[in-house]
Design a protein around this ligand. Structure first.
Ligand code: CR1
Length: 837
């Protein structure tokens, strides 16, 4: 039986909602415009047309979506549940057209209706429901899960305001509220009938019931209602359409009403506002979240909604709670959803009266945890005070989990009190708090890092004690990116060239790109490769001109660093290189320098002062260099505002050089590094995160590596690192720092960049000074290599050809086999005409 067989016979499904011929699509577009949006063709805005088209495409997903949902609920089918506080899917329309195989047909249908598809695509506001790599990874994983036909639901938060929009005003970042929902979101469907209630605050009461059973009741101070909004996530050319279910907080009417009945109308309205604040805004990362009660509420809210949803559907399908972990494999995307562990315990033990030990086995078998960062400031801890206030029952459960866990530790390491302190879920310093990474580790059956080096460091540092206890729980699963969005959709010129030569299987078997290797020796293919790159550079140059007014030379080397702005990512090391080149030009105006266009983009957390100053530094250096007639076309510095998925798509295909220059040991994986190399950029990078594996894959001769390794940095650190020494020993570094200090780039203001300079000279926690010379020399090799066009293109082709393993399909296959134990489930579609049979 499929979903379609449940359609009541009275409802006729017209081919206007399913047909994919040009006349049907045109009729459907007009129909949606008129009947769904209430607009006559001549009174409609572009956005109306975009919405009408989106509904037209959504209609064509519907049968697959319902059939998938129906099949995935069957008790015998194991489902992946991805819990993530962030998702950055990017605009849906183009992606859905591509995955459905309707791109060209719809393009033509739209054109015949007098419209331009690209213009309509540009109307879509992307859901910016994440900060950076972690949220984007979740989106790539959702794409791969659907494409591999793995039953999955992604649960998250429907933030009313996503990551802020960035503008550059007088060189500084300005943050603008992201009102992504204001023109309507045609992709989501609200499901108020599936609402759940989430308790917050209050206290607990313990009692013993008639049968002598110990029971705890949680009497909350507040209850909020979670309303799910579902977005379809179609796989590439398969019938599977998975669901992204995002929760919005609302006031429960009954609660409203009781206040209202007491005559306190405004009090009721206040309650409503307070409840709705919960999912109002995404917290930017890279800012201390210490004590941000609302953030903890968000985390708990969506996780509780998700688990209640799962338990309800499981029981409704006749499932038994003892078998919960056989139906669902729940992945924790970092520690943000780690409160799910005590929440599942609470639901099982308190609400469903499952004995503790059994509940604990189910919980551990259900969850797996992915760690995404080792940065101490990013490791979540929640104070016992805050937890106790907001989630009194969860605090009790965490304490009990900890007590039992430490008892096991004590038995395993008798007479080792220190061990217990080290492993305790509760930290005492600087205040009593729960270490969420420890909670996630104890409550999961599998723990993974996101690149080989990161997984090793995880085992050696942050989770060392747990690795010693349970080495078998640990594994590495290197990140990947979806080649659908990050090649086929965003680099159509290259995708076409590749497909013409090796066929199109690479789209779902990225390893097939290997077949390009021999073509790297073919001058004709190299010429074609080069013209694709030039066309992509031309297109980006046009955007740069439109968005910044800067004219760039498309024959110059496009040297690109796009990612969140953070000191560990070292955008300012890149700037030191730029200043050095500039100094050389000033010293020798006729210098024969390989022309470069430096392109930056990325957001800084609103409260991260030093990161915002780095943006100002980039724009300031650009203002001087771009205008200096002595420089001419040889150097340009561009800061493209508002980096997001939409704006990132045209950047990767146009890059010659990818900057992946984080301090070794700091970037867990990186995924931008993969998008660049896949699109044929060469990388200049440190031996950090996935750079190491990319270098191994593409060949060290096709990768520019520089800088100290992790062990070398710890040695430097232990020897008493003195950044000034490097300045004293390198005249060029000294001159670059001096340029900064002098106020040269700040119209004589010596104070502006002082905080950056001081940090570099005094402690330089990210070792820019130590890596400067090596970086400079490496950049010199890049320039020399770029002069030889034939070998550069050859290396570019080899990069693409050897990036097959960095598909998120490969990552998801590894999770499926090694962590989740799930299988593909092809979805059968019955034609509607047969659905009654
Ligand atoms: C890491 O910094 C990694 C992504 C996805 C980020 C980045 O190197 O590629 O995760 N971590 O795994 C993060 O956002 C909260 O931690």
């Amino acid at each position: 039986m499929t979903a379609s067989s449940q359609i009541p016979p009275a409802i006729q499904i017209e081919d206007d909602r399913t047909g994919v011929t040009i006349p049907t699509l045109r009729r459907a577009l007009a129909d949606n415009l008129y009947y769904v949006l209430g607009k006559p063709p001549d009174g409609a805005t572009l956005n109306d047309y975009y919405l009408a088209l989106a509904y037209t495409v959504r209609d064509r997903l519907m049968q697959r979506w319902m059939a998938s949902t129906h099949t995935h609920r069957l008790p015998t089918i194991k489902q992946v549940i991805y819990l993530s506080a962030e998702y950055l899917p990017g605009p849906h329309l183009g992606n859905n057209l591509m995955n459905l195989g309707l791109y060209e047909t719809v393009q033509q249908a739209v054109a015949e209706s007098g419209l331009d598809l690209a213009t309509l695509l540009a109307c879509e506001e992307e859901p910016g429901l994440g900060n950076g790599g972690l949220g984007r990874l979740a989106a790539c994983f959702m794409d791969s899960l659907a494409t591999l036909e793995i039953p999955a639901i992604g649960y998250g938060i429907r933030y009313e305001f996503g990551i802020f929009d960035q503008e550059i005003r007088e060189g500084w970042q300005a943050e603008i509220t992201d009102k992504w929902l204001q023109s309507g979101n045609p992709w989501e469907i609200a499901r108020p009938e599936d609402a759940v209630f989430v308790k917050l605050g209050g206290h607990t009461e313990a009692s013993t019931d008639e049968t002598g059973c110990y029971q705890v009741r949680w009497i909350p101070h507040q209850t909020v209602k979670g309303i799910p909004y579902d977005t379809p996530i179609p796989g590439y050319r398969v019938n599977t359409v998975n669901t992204l279910r995002l929760w919005k907080a609302e006031a429960p009417e009954s609660f409203d009403l009781s206040v209202f009945n007491h005559g306190d109308y405004y009090g009721a309205v206040d309650q409503k506002v307070i409840s709705e604040n919960l999912t109002k805004v995404l917290y930017p990362n890279d800012e201390p979240i210490q004590g941000k009660q609302l953030r903890l509420k968000q985390q708990y809210f969506f996780v509780s909604c998700a688990l209640q949803d799962l338990i309800r559907t499981h029981l409704a399908q006749g499932g038994r709670l003892e078998r919960f972990h056989e139906k669902f494999a729940v992945q924790l995307n970092d520690t943000h959803p780690a409160i799910a562990i005590p929440e599942l315990m609470r639901l099982l033990v308190d609400d469903h009266h499952v004995p503790w030990d059994l509940a604990w086995t189910i919980t551990q078998q259900t969850f797996a945890y992915t760690n995404h960062t080792l940065l101490p400031e990013a490791l979540e801890v929640w104070s016992l005070d805050l937890l106790g206030q907001l989630l009194p029952r969860h605090l009790e459960i965490i304490m009990e989990i900890n007590r039992r866990f430490l008892e096991d530790v004590r038995l395993k390491f008798p007479d080792n009190g220190e061990k217990m302190g080290q492993l305790s879920l509760i930290a005492d310093q600087p205040f009593r708090s729960v270490r969420m990474a420890y909670l996630a580790s104890v409550g999961s059956h599998a723990i993974n890092g996101v690149a080989a080096l990161h997984s090793q460091l995880l085992q050696k540092t942050v989770l060392r004690g747990f690795y010693d206890l349970w080495p078998e729980k640990f594994l590495n699963i290197t990140n990947g990116v979806t080649p659908r969005r990050w090649m086929l959709l965003s680099n159509p010129r290259l995708a076409q060239l590749i497909t013409r030569r090796i066929g199109d299987r690479w789209i779902i078997h990225l390893q097939d790109l290997r077949d390009l290797e021999p073509l790297a020796e073919d001058p004709e293919f190299r010429a074609a490769w080069r013209s694709v790159k030039q066309a992509n550079k031309q297109a980006l140059a046009q955007r740069i001109l439109e968005r910044t007014g800067i004219q760039v030379n498309v024959e110059s080397l496009f040297d690109v660093q796009v990612k969140r702005i953070h000191e560990y990512k070292r955008q300012h090391l890149n700037v030191l290189h730029i200043i050095t080149l500039y100094n050389r030009l000033k010293q020798n105006p006729s210098l024969d320098l390989v022309p470069r266009t430096f392109i930056f983009a990325g957001k800084a957390a609103p409260g991260y002062v030093q990161a915002k100053l780095i943006i100002r530094l980039i724009t300031a250096v650009g203002e001087v260099i771009n205008r200096d007639p002595a420089v001419g076309d040889r150097l340009k510095v561009v800061f493209l505002p508002d980096y997001n998925v939409t704006n990132g798509q045209p950047i990767y295909p146009a890059a010659d050089l990818s900057e992946q220059i984080s301090t070794a040991g700091k970037e867990a994986s990186g995924t931008g590094n993969m998008k660049f190399a896949l699109n044929g950029a060469l990388t200049i990078g440190t031996l950090d995160g996935a750079n190491i594996e990319i270098r191994e894959a593409v060949g060290s001769e096709n990768f520019f590596h520089f800088g100290h390794k992790v062990e070398e940095l710890s040695q430097l650190r232990s020897q008493g690192y003195d950044p000034r020494r490097y300045c004293d020993h390198s005249p060029e570094l000294n001159r670059a720092i001096h340029r900064l200090e002098s106020g040269f780039f700040a119209q004589g203001n010596r104070d502006l960049f002082r905080p950056l300079v001081q940090s570099l000279l005094n402690d330089d926690p990210y070792f820019l000074m130590a890596d400067y010379l090596s970086y400079l020399n490496c950049q010199e090799q890049v320039s020399q290599a770029f002069l030889n066009e034939a070998t550069w293109i050859r290396r570019s082709i080899l990069n693409t050809a050897r990036m097959g393993e960095f598909s998120s399909d490969r990552s998801i296959r590894e999770y499926a086999h090694q962590v989740w134990q799930v299988q593909s489930v092809p979805i059968n579609l019955q034609p509607y005409s047969q659905s009654e049979a």
